[in-house]
Design a protein around this ligand. Structure first.
Ligand code: FES
Ligand SMILES: [Fe+2]
Length: 434
């Protein structure tokens, strides 16, 4: 349970809120690369309560600027994106991706105002289908790293995006909570006598019917990882079905893979009470294409979501819940794994009140997330620690991985899914703690 003060520390991200400032020490997934076309329509982007506009200039580079023109304040989302700059419609001032004013046609030629005026701009990078932005102090900017779900440019990364009208932390808790999948997603993740988790175009299979996993967690320099051990359908006496979920603070969760592809999610606060949620399949032997992935998740633009990624399933229409489908065997009556999650997250309230929770043994990951992030944000606020995940030694992001598989009982789960650098760092942490 968290006190109201701790809940605020965990959840609030706008302005000077410590968690928002902690997030600004990381490269933030701002939007999908596909949303920006060279010299095309600028896109409004809200991040950590800040209203920004993104555009791709004539050279293909991405600018991320204050949404509002510094002259008199209209939105640059209506601006003209032309010849390497974004031009305000009102009086024609034009800005480059670094925030310089390159033209000021309403002022006399040679005006010193042109050199003196700047619009706020943030550095960007692109990888893994995302535009990433650094919104923190320049002196503390860490080097950009490719994310865990995109080890190189040729990795297939299929992303579905939706805006969720609630706070980020209850979404992140859902992403790292392995126990809920056996209930909430039971019609989409069905038990089967398989050797390993599988995926078809309509559902996922898993080799266990166990709804009460035993969980063990391990803190890492970037966040934490934990294993959920279930009884497998086959060889339950000698083996465990191990699913390892990884939280890479503050934005990324790596969900256990299946035999066709890996799964990740990205959770980024737009403001205190709305969040960009991205659900990702990537890099497996049979990763589904983007269109197929969006159809599988029932998050297709124009059908399930509008052009601004707002879901058409809302509290007002009970998220499209179909009671007839439930009567004939569907567990939730809601189509699509993320849509089932969203119904849970949104119905918990704009910012979940964690003083009323009744936590049990299967909530270990949720407890670990809260403890880790509340501690991290307190230390960061008090100046005792750098933002979690930014201090050396850092595990290279592309070496961080989740895991799933049937293993013999007694296997050291700490070694499953880790590579050499991470294992060496974890060994040193364990030595230092003993
Ligand atoms: S308000 Fe933008 S140029 Fe005048
Ligand atoms: Fe879920």
């Amino acid at each position: 349970m968290l006190t109201p003060e701790e809940n605020d520390l965990l959840c609030r991200v706008e302005g000077n809120a410590p968690m928002g400032q902690l997030m600004r020490r990381h490269w933030i997934p701002a939007l999908m690369s596909e949303e920006l076309v060279t010299d095309g329509k600028p896109v409004r982007v809200k991040l950590l309560g800040e209203e920004l506009v993104a555009f791709r200039n004539s050279e293909g580079k991405v600018g991320l600027l204050d949404e509002f023109c510094p002259h008199r304040g209209p939105s640059l989302a209506y601006g003209r994106n032309e010849q390497c700059g974004l031009r305000c419609l009102y009086h024609g001032w034009k800005f480059d991706i670094e925030g310089n004013v390159v033209e000021m046609p309403s002022e006399p030629v040679g005006t010193p105002m042109k050199e003196k005026t700047k619009i706020k701009s943030y550095p960007t990078a692109e990888a893994g289908g995302f535009v990433w932005a650094y919104m923190g102090p320049a002196a503390e900017k860490i080097a950009f790293q490719r994310p865990p779900f995109s080890p190189n440019d040729s990795t297939q990364v299929s992303i579905t995006k939706v805006k969720v009208p609630c706070n980020w932390a209850q979404i992140q808790e859902g992403q790292i909570d392995s126990a809920h999948s056996s209930s909430l997603h039971s019609s989409d993740m069905v038990p089967a006598r398989v050797e390993s988790a599988g995926a078809t175009s309509t559902n996922w299979t898993r080799p266990s019917t166990d709804k009460a996993p035993r969980m063990i967690s391990q803190v890492t320099p970037y966040g934490f990882r934990y294993v959920a051990l279930r009884r497998p359908i086959k060889n339950a006496q000698t083996h465990d079905y191990a699913r390892i979920t990884v939280y890479v603070a503050p934005f990324i969760s790596l969900i256990p893979p299946n035999s066709s592809y890996n799964v990740a999610s990205v959770v980024v606060p737009a403001d205190d009470t709305s969040t960009w949620f991205y659900f990702i399949s990537w890099g497996g032997t049979d990763t589904v294409g983007t269109d197929e992935w969006r159809a599988f998740n029932h998050l297709v633009k124009g059908v399930d979501i509008d052009e601004h990624y707002n879901s058409r399933r809302t509290m007002d229409n009970d998220f499209g819940q179909d009671r007839d489908a439930m009567a004939s065997g569907n567990f939730t009556g809601i189509k699509g794994i993320p849509n089932q999650d969203i119904a849970m997250w949104v119905s918990m309230g704009k910012i979940a009140d964690r003083s009323r929770d009744t936590l049990g043994a299967s909530d270990i990951a949720v407890v670990e997330f809260r403890r880790l992030m509340v501690e991290a944000v307190k230390q960061f606020r008090d100046g005792a620690d750098a933002a979690i995940g930014t201090a050396e030694p850092r595990v290279p992001q592309i070496e961080i991985a989740s895991y799933q598989g049937i293993v013999s009982k007694g296997t050291d789960w700490l070694t499953l899914g880790t590579q050499a650098t991470e294992q060496a760092i974890l060994n040193n942490m364990a030595k230092a703690a003993s």
